[in-house]
Design a protein around this ligand. Structure first.
Ligand code: NAD
Length: 337
């Protein structure tokens, strides 16, 4: 089978994490174009990948690609994504899908109409430790799960004038931008949500106009609880990126930063799995290629991603009102496909 020709649109920070993993997929994937409104950034990619086209407007490369990877500011996801799908290109779109419900619905519709793959780059869902934890929870290896807690503690300081600090372009604060990964994972692990709360602050992260730190608690059906604490203001951390799943017969810990999955049961610690950091972006791209080749719906597809964003929007609204958010109807399988 011939290699899929990919165009990278947006050659900023996150694109580097993707580019580092392309070598491992070179038998299936060929980078044929790099696009950035800042020409120097696109040219820098071309200096590492010989023979690719460089452009400042994505429309100039559409004839030379089968698929695109969009790594762009959030307010551009919707318009550029829809145009690429309408041009018959498969789209791997960085998270969050779009900054409005309408934008998400138009992306989903454009994918359906063009019969092209739309996949959202929720890379943590392709992380070997996160995937193995999901399998262990589903198999009930340590009993019945009743609490999943996720910590993401990092220092991420953006320029005050940049798009990351602007709540309109970002679509919200740290919770929308980064917490969307973990809302998606809590939905994947724990099923149908019932209600929840979000509290955010920008104390400690004055470069953020909205929250740079957030605390989310979600109640799921059958009394299960999910929690996420995320901050972009950590000046130090012990847990860094860590998941704890408490079950009736033990606790499973995914030490994401340390690359280890550990079972804690009967007073003992057992190493379940070790993983290469960065492998998840490679697995994610491999899954995108599989979906293009088979026509299969991606694991992180448009309709499911929209459910997670709706949940965030309901939590933001409830935070404003000072009440619990009603999250019923927002499970990953609750939306007609
Ligand atoms: N999965 C993850 O863990 C993760 C981590 C960081 C960022 N991201 C996502 O990656 C995306 C990009 O974030 P980033 O931090 O790399 O931002 P960035 O600002 O570093 O990169 C965005 C790039 O897009 C370019 N750009 C802007 N407008 C353009 C246009 N019209 N056409 C072409 N290029 C244009 C900019 O010049 C810039 O180089 C966002 O969706 C973000 O949420 C994901």
């Amino acid at each position: 089978m011939s290699r899929i020709r990919l165009g990278l649109i947006g050659c900023g920070d996150m694109s580097k994490a993707h580019l580092r993993r392309f070598e491992a997929l070179s038998s299936r994937l060929q980078l044929t174009a790099a696009v950035d409104s800042d020409e120097e950034r696109a040219a820098a990619v071309a200096s590492e990948f010989a023979g690719i086209r460089v452009a400042t407007d994505f429309r100039q490369v559409l004839d030379h690609v089968d698929a695109v990877l969009l790594v762009l500011p959030h307010h551009l996801h919707h318009t550029i994504g829809v145009e690429c799908l309408a041009a018959g290109k498969h789209v791997l779109l960085e998270k969050p899908m779009a900054i409005s419900e309408e934008g998400c619905l138009q992306l989903i519709e454009a994918s359906r109409k063009a019969q092209r793959t739309l996949m959202i780059a929720y890379c943590m869902r392709y992380h070997p430790l996160v995937v193995r934890m999901k399998e262990l929870l589903d198999e009930g290896v340590h009993g019945d799960v009743f609490q999943v807690s996720i910590w993401t503690e990092q220092l991420t300081q953006y320029p005050e004038q940049g798009w990351h600090s602007d709540p309109i372009k970002l679509g919200g604060g740290q919770f929308f931008s980064h917490g969307c990964h973990y809302v998606d994972i809590l939905l994947w692990y724990l099923g149908r949500p019932i209600r929840g709360t979000h509290l955010g602050t920008n104390r400690g992260t004055p470069w953020m106009k909205r929250e740079g730190t957030s605390n989310v608690s979600i109640e799921f059906e059958e009394g299960r609880l999910g929690y996420h604490f995320g901050t972009w203001g950590a000046r130090g951390s012990r847990l860094r990126y860590s998941f704890h799943a408490h079950c009736t017969e033990g606790m499973i810990e995914a030490d994401i930063s340390g690359g280890r999955l550990i079972a804690h049961a009967g007073g003992r610690e057992t190493l379940i799995l070790q993983a290469d950091t960065g492998k998840h972006t490679e697995n994610e791209m491999a899954h995108f290629l599989d979906c293009i080749e088979t026509g299969r719906l991606p694991r992180t597809n448009g309709p499911d991603s929209l459910q997670g964003l709706r949940l965030i929007w309901r939590l933001y609204e409830a935070e404003q009102r000072g009440s619990f958010a009603d999250l019923s109807g927002l499970g990953l399988d609750d939306l007609p496909r």
